[in-house]
Write a protein that binds this ligand. Structure first.
Ligand code: GNR
Ligand code: NI
Length: 172
């Protein structure tokens, strides 16, 4: 297993629309294993394949808190089946927009279909953090970041802060 570097904005690869996976085989499971390790190494709770430069519709996630038993989840070719009309605002961050946070409004509850680690079709109903994270990750599969849900003013401010932080860490 390998920890892969995570791509950060404004890398144009993050805007790619990822392609559906044809078969869940050992090669894909090796990618999912690498993604999970990369996510843990970066202290994230979710990761989409495009964040490590692979344009496939694959997501890994673990919402267990530090000290709790790990609870890895894998979603291949996820599709939203239902979105609640009720919406909820929560604070989001993204490993591809490091150290920047803002409030995003999304559906409070969702239903989704996907293939699991073994390629078995599954259905999931989600609310709370799981619903937020799934919608955030599924956005990545369509080339969207959480900052794309903000006003242009806020988005540009975050991108400027990111560029500045990068300049400063490069100068050290
Ligand atoms: O680690 C992450 N935390 C997080 C917090 C609130 C809402 C969404 C997320 S996902 C993010 C990891 C990431 O960038 N996944 O794409
Ligand atoms: Ni993200």
């Amino acid at each position: 297993m390998t920890v892969r570097p995570i791509i950060t904005a404004p890398d144009p690869r993050l805007k790619a629309v990822s392609a559906p996976v044809e078969t869940v085989d050992d090669d894909l499971r090796a990618l999912m294993d690498d993604m999970l390790q990369s996510m843990y190494a970066a202290n994230g709770i979710g990761l989409a394949a495009i964040q490590v430069g692979v344009a496939k519709r694959v997501i890994v996630m673990d919402l267990a808190r530090e000290g709790e038993t790990p609870q890895p989840r894998y979603f291949v070719n996820p599709e939203l089946v239902e979105l609640s009309p009720e919406r909820e605002v929560s604070e989001e961050g993204c490993l591809s927009v490091p150290d920047q946070y803002d409030k995003v409004e999304r559906a409070a509850r969702i239903r989704a279909r996907y293939l699991d680690y073994d390629g078995t079709p599954r259905d999931i109903e989600a609310e709370g953090l799981l619903a937020v994270c799934l919608q955030h990750e599924m956005d990545h599969l369509d080339g969207l970041l959480f900052i794309d849900h903000l006003s242009k003013l806020k988005r540009d401010m975050i991108l400027r802060r990111l560029a500045k932080a990068r300049r400063q860490s490069a100068a050290e």
